[in-house]
Design a protein around this ligand. Sequence first.
Ligand SMILES: NC(=O)CC[C@H](N)C(=O)O
Length: 356
Amino acid sequence: MTGLLTLSNGQTFKGHWHGKSSAIQGEVVFFTGMTGYEEVLTDPSYKGQIIVFSYPLIGQYGIQSLYAQSDSIQVAGIIVAGLYDGPLSKGSMPLAEFAINHGIPILSGVDTRSVIQNVRESGTMQSQLIHTSLPELAWEPVQTYFFPATTTTDEIQTVGSGSAHIGLIDFHYKSSILNELLELDCRVSIIPYATATETLDSLQLDGLLFSNGPGDPAALQHLFPTYRDWAERYPSFGICLGHQVLASAFGAKTTKLAYGHRGANHPVMNLQTKRVSMSSQNHSYVVEKNSLQDTPFSVLYENVNDGSVEGLVHDTLPLKTVQFHPEAAPGPADHLELFHQFLAAAQQKESVKMHA
Ligand SMILES: NC(=O)CC[C@H](N)C(=O)O
C-alpha cells in the first residue's frame, strides 16, 4: 500500500503506508534522537504534528508502556526511513501495531534525509499524509495561536503523599515530569491551566511547576496576568511551554524558530558557571533575547548552536524556567538537579511574598 507525504512547498515523498487508509494534515517536524520514539509519540507537546524521525531505523525495541508520556499517541502521523519488524523482547509491542491500534498512520521507506533537508531549507510547514487510494485533500487554513482548549483533567487531582505540595500547572504535561516530582517525594496537585486563583490558593501549595505543552504560548495571553501573580507568590519552575508562558507573563516576547529543536543532544551553556551540558528538546517557539531588557529576568541557559534563550532566572524571586526538558524523557539526565533546586526553593516558600 503506497502513501504520500506532501509538503506545502509542493515536494512529495512516497512511502509504504501502515494502518487504515486516511488523509491528514499537520505541521511536519523532525526529531534527531537515536532512541526515544515512544516518548516522542506520546508527548502531548507534539499534538497534531507529523513527525519525521531522522534516525534510519525506528521501532527496534518495540513499545513498552513504561516510557509513555500520556495515555495515547499524540502525533498525527509518523514518517520513518526503516520500520523495524523483527523479533522483540517479551512484553514489547511492535511499533506498527501500537500506531495502528491508535489509528495513527505510519509511512515507512521514506527518504527522510530529503524531507528533513526540505524542512531545514523552507522552515516548518504544513504537510499532508495521504493514502494513494484517496482523492486529494484540500489544504486547511492554519490556525494561528493554536492551543488545545481541553486539559488532561477537568478537575484538580492530587497524587502522592510526600511532604512538599507542588501544583503542576497542566498545559498537557508529560508524565515523566509528574513522575520526577513523585520520585522526589512530593504530593502533586495537577491543576488545569485556567483554574481560578482562589481555588489555587485554597490548596496551600509550596510551589508551582508550569508544564510543557503543545502550540503557541501567545494563545494563553489572556492568562498572563494570572500567571505573573501566581509566580510572584509561589516558588515557581517552568518547563518548555511553561518557560515561554512565564517569560511572557513578565513582559518578554516569543517568536517561532525556522524549524525548531527536537532531539536528545542539544548543547546548552549555563551562563553563570559557563558549563555546557546536553539537553533533551522539543519546541518551535523561543523567548526573544532582546525582549528581556525590561523584564526581571536574566538568561541562565543559552543554546550553544544558535545562541537562543534556553533558560531564565528571576533577579529576586525563586523563579527559574528552562526551554529544554530536564525530566530527560527521552534524553540525557544532566539537568535533573533543576528539580532539586526547585524543591529546595519550595521548602523555603516563606521567602516569597505570600498571599494574605
Ligand atoms: N515541549 C513544549 O512544551 C513545546 C512548547 C511549544 N509548544 C513549542 O513548540 O515551542
